[in-house]
Design a protein around this ligand. Structure first.
Ligand SMILES: [Zn+2]
Length: 267
């Protein structure tokens, strides 16, 4: 067989292998200090991304031991759209809702590893650093703190202005305008305050919606869903970049579950 044919055959195999790569997104909401009262789950499996700092650190150490390489949504979407290369064991670390305890507890740990993450920002919270939500109502990362994570190569994405359930807005006679204001408004708020371009979006509570998706597709390069139940789920080369899937990781994620999630990465 001529050399040329051998080369072509091998490249074909490699291309196939690469296209089968599966990339997990780990989604967290709160990284509590170990002496904080980390609220217990009401329903197992619906413990939405609350985790203690030491447990989060264990998970990051485990990923480092396994050779995982965190990337952000920018690299993930560039891989899907333009075939830009990503590491063989690429993983994404997402933080929704720009909680201040993420800045206080997760940021220093990720700095030690030199790892980036993606934070999806509710822009009204970044403006005043507060949170409207009861037991989860810790303060939020403001523009200054978001600027600091940007300097460590984190990616900042949009997560609406006030975190409404977008599907419920459809029942409102002025729902379409409100939806657009929430989605596009959050992008504009972040771009204005941080001086960056915002091209990635995460749906509030991970709940995708067809009408909202029309707006999102027009203004963003990629967007992410999320479901607190069921794991692991992975993104591959052929996934719709506007329906990226993510795993809920929390204090009650067992070592075995986390291992399964990370080691399910094919390579
Ligand atoms: Zn959220």
């Amino acid at each position: 067989m001529p050399d040329q044919e051998i080369t072509t055959e091998i490249q074909g195999d490699l291309s196939q292998l690469k296209s089968n790569q599966q990339v997990p997104i780990l989604t967290y909401h709160h990284i509590w200090s170990d002496d904080d009262p980390c609220p217990l789950p009401a329903v197992a499996g619906k413990y939405c991304g609350h985790i203690r700092r030491s447990h989060f650190e264990q998970q990051m150490c485990y990923m480092a031991e396994r050779g995982c390489v965190p990337i952000t949504h920018r690299e993930l979407v560039a891989w899907i759209v333009s075939n830009e290369p990503i590491p063989r064991r690429a993983v994404l670390i997402d933080f929704d809702d720009n909680r201040l305890n993420v800045f206080q507890n997760a940021f220093p740990i990720l700095q030690e590893f030199g790892w980036p993450a993606t934070v999806f920002v509710i822009s009204s919270l970044a403006a005043d650093g507060k949170s409207p939500w009861g037991i989860s109502g810790t303060t939020s990362m403001n523009w200054r703190e978001l600027d600091m994570v940007l300097n460590e190569n984190w990616l900042v994405g949009a997560h609406t202005r006030t975190h409404p359930m977008l599907d419920e807005l459809c029942a409102d006679p002025d729902g379409l305008n409100k939806m657009k204001e929430e989605i596009v408004g959050s992008k504009t708020d972040i771009e204005t305050n941080l001086g960056i371009s915002v091209n990635h979006f995460a749906y509030p509570e991970g709940r995708g919606h067809l009408v909202a998706e029309h707006i999102v597709v027009e203004y963003f390069e990629g967007s992410r869903l999320w479901n607190p139940d069921g794991m692991p789920v992975y993104n591959n080369k052929h996934i719709n970049r506007h329906r990226l899937v993510a795993n809920n990781v929390s204090e009650i994620t067992s070592e075995a579950e986390f291992s399964r999630l990370i080691n399910g990465v094919s390579h």
